[in-house]
Design a protein around this ligand. Structure first.
Ligand SMILES: C[S@@+](CC[C@H](N)C(=O)[O-])C[C@H]1O[C@@H](n2cnc3c(N)ncnc32)[C@H](O)[C@@H]1O
Length: 434
């Protein structure tokens, strides 16, 4: 694509799309992935290459928003590619994510009058200095990349600097091989399609994929239910539950079933899982995914229509994968950094305590209860566990090996993006006294 007219037309069209979606997400606080899907559904003219450029630019804008918010115009410009401030903000984030080696990006740098020489590759301090030199932003701090309220939510001994370095990296994709390993053709298909794959050294079914070039959902092994896209941190929850074949489990907040399928796989499809949620449409997705994976031991129930815990026939295991502020997925969803608030954590903590309270009677004597969030917030994690133990003397924390290191956890699992290159996760495993 060296034709200058074509590059100019692309730059115009891309910048219009990026500006439209960016300001819509800022205003509506809707998730970026949802707005992207809606935009491309209504604008069929964009091919896969265009969609990739537009989507990556938007993820970069939100990832680095804390550093470029003073460059960008406050509201959507009339003509994005003629707005120097917008083009400056856009080229800054493309450079920060090393996505600037592209004729369209070069065009933005010319429009903005920015020299793209010497863009630092990885070091965050060097990137900050580069921003100071090229954009006159001398006062930038690493902590500007997360909102102030977030720092207050973290445990006292938390290494915030390390987390911020991780949050600024583009995340890889993790998949979980599913079903009997000897019948699973996923690895062969991924190799044939030239994917860069990195199987996890301890969790044998977890495979990291860096920069997938083909849509994973188009692969035959996916359509045959032989793998699911699931972050390593989510996958490790299976080892906190330790569900076994023949047991009965209740996945209380099952949503679209990521953890239900994980449990079913650990149980080798033997025994039963009851998957509930208050959102019926999510359970419909779960049913489709269970069919694709050929798991026939899953029953779904809308919690709004049924009485909650089964006291008559309590379960061997209950998983509460609670609704949370999802701060642990901010690397994957950088827009959420700027749409979530401390009030969300406060309100969610009340909901989480309530769900846990209502789920506990569903655990049989000597059964297991696992509480999990993908949040860093003490209010949503440690405080919920502490209060639950205080008010439920019939439960105690039970040790299990850390799924990624095999060290004892004392019953509490905390996973951070480093060193495994994944989302964050918090889990507590309780055992009910006999
Ligand atoms: C973290 S998501 C669950 C993700 C799911 N377990 C998975 O692995 O795909 C939390 C879920 O809790 C559900 N939820 C919210 N309030 C609930 C409640 N009071 N009882 C049960 N589920 C609830 C939400 O609809 C959402 O699907």
């Amino acid at each position: 694509m060296n034709n200058p007219k074509l590059i100019q037309a692309r730059a115009r069209s891309y910048s219009e799309a990026i500006a439209q979606i960016f300001y819509e997400v800022r205003e509506s606080r809707n998730p970026l992935d949802q707005e992207l899907r809606r935009f491309f559904r209504n604008n069929k003219k964009y091919g896969s290459r265009d969609r990739r450029f537009i989507a990556e630019s938007l993820y970069s804008l939100f990832r680095w928003f804390g550093w470029v918010q003073d460059i960008l115009p406050i509201s959507a410009p009339d003509v994005a590619c003629e707005n120097k401030k917008f083009c400056s903000g856009l080229i800054a984030v493309l450079c920060l994510d090393n996505l600037h080696i592209d004729p369209v990006a070069e065009h933005f740098s010319q429009l903005a009058g920015v020299n793209m020489q010497g863009v630092p590759k990885t070091d965050l301090d060097e990137k900050r200095q580069w921003m100071g030199k090229h954009f006159g932003l001398k006062q930038l701090k690493n902590t500007d990349l997360v909102p102030d309220w977030f720092v207050e939510e973290l445990p006292k001994d938390f290494n915030l600097e390390e987390l911020i370095i991780d949050l600024q990296k583009r995340p890889p994709m993790w998949i979980r091989l599913q079903g009997p390993q000897n019948k699973n053709n996923t690895l062969r298909e991924l190799k044939e399609r030239d994917f860069d794959i990195y199987p996890h050294s301890i969790m044998k079914k977890a495979i990291k994929i860096v920069n997938p070039r083909v849509n994973l959902y188009e692969l035959k092994s996916f359509r045959d239910g032989q793998f699911e896209v699931q972050d390593l941190a989510s996958q490790s929850l299976g080892f906190a539950c330790q569900a076994e074949g023949g047991q009965r489990w209740w996945d209380v907040c099952a949503g679209a079933g990521g953890k239900t399928l994980l449990l079913a796989d650990h149980m080798e499809s033997k025994g039963g899982i009851t998957s509930t949620d208050i959102r019926e449409w999510k359970l419909d997705d779960l049913k489709k995914r269970a069919r694709r994976a050929r798991f026939s031991n899953i029953t779904t129930k809308n919690l709004k229509k049924t009485r909650s815990a089964s006291k008559k026939r309590p379960y061997d295991g209950v998983l509460v994968d609670a609704p949370c502020s999802c701060t642990g997925t901010w690397r994957r969803n950088p827009d959420a950094r700027w749409s979530s608030t401390a009030k969300d954590c406060e309100e969610l903590a009340t909901i989480q305590a309530d769900i846990l309270e209502k789920s506990a009677p569903g655990v049989k004597a000597d059964g297991v209860l696992v509480y999990a969030t993908c949040s860093f917030s003490v209010r949503e994690n440690e405080e919920i566990v502490e209060n639950f133990l205080k008010t439920h003397p019939d439960f105690y924390l039970e040790d299990f090996p850390h799924p990624l290191t095999l060290k004892p956890t004392g019953g509490i699992l905390r996973i951070s993006p480093s060193p495994e290159d994944c989302d964050a996760m918090f889990a507590a495993r309780f055992r009910r006294k006999n």
